[in-house]
Design a protein around this ligand. Structure first.
Ligand code: SAH
Length: 220
């Protein structure tokens, strides 16, 4: 393993273990999620100047006006997604730096990740390659369309908040599938978990959250 991946001091395995203890205190209980987060170097997903802050429980800038989600929210969304059983095919909207993507890729068979900002997608692809994660499909597109070619998905996770859930994402859920998504305008967003049943959709409101907005169109 390269030295950069391994980390040292504020980016070492020990610092990562402290992050895991904090996540436990915050109520994260899924041991698989915690193990994968303990094993995944978060510092290589941010700029070198921010590496020493990578294990703080905070969102950090990743350029293009976007942020890497805080560790608690990554853990919570992953846990909510996995709670209803093992997942095979997961669609992620909003790759960003790819940290959430890496966590998902280590817990499910196949991840498809859509990002509207091309340079972020390319950088995330390189970082995951560096970590030897090769089961992720990337697409530069507006996630509001989902990724119909691979549907239906038994899990969908969105890292940006739309005012309302895009119809295409609901359509691309398998029966029994789960979607974890922040919904609402800035300052009044809530995290939802939608489950598709034979009869329709169940909607659980989990907690208040703060995400970047879900934007339409793409940026080269
Ligand atoms: N989990 C990511 C979160 C990044 S922030 C991380 O930890 O890095 C949310 C991301 O969603 C941003 O990169 C933003 O560009 C992207 N995004 C916003 N609206 C989108 C849309 N309609 N389709 C695809 N990506 C979108």
């Amino acid at each position: 393993m390269s030295r950069r991946i391994q980390g040292i001091g504020m980016t070492s395995r020990r610092t990562r273990e402290r992050m895991i203890s904090r996540l436990r205190e915050q109520g994260i209980y899924n041991s698989k999620v915690l193990a994968v987060m303990a094993d995944t170097p978060r510092h290589i997903f941010v700029d070198e100047a921010l590496e020493s802050r990578a294990y703080e429980d905070t969102a950090l800038p990743i350029g293009h006006n976007q942020t890497i989600s805080q560790p608690y929210i990554v853990a919570k969304m992953t846990e909510l997604l996995l709670e209803k059983g093992a997942l095979h095919k997961v669609l992620e909207i909003g790759t960003g730096c790819g940290y959430q993507t890496a966590i998902l890729a280590r817990l499910v068979e196949q991840v498809y990740s859509v990002e509207r900002i091309a340079p972020l997608m390319k950088k995330a692809r390189d970082t995951l390659w560096e970590l030897n994660i090769k089961t992720v499909g990337f697409k530069h597109s507006d996630g509001g369309w989902g990724w119909p070619e691979h549907a239906p998905y038994d899990g969908i996770l969105a890292a940006a908040a739309p005012a309302e859930i895009p119809e295409a994402l609901l359509e691309q859920m398998a029966v029994g599938g789960v979607m974890v998504i922040p919904v609402g305008l800035e300052g009044m967003q809530e995290l939802h978990r939608i489950t598709r049943t034979e009869q329709g959709f169940e909607d659980e409101v989990i907690e208040r959250v703060s995400f970047v907005p879900f934007l339409s169109g793409v940026t080269q």
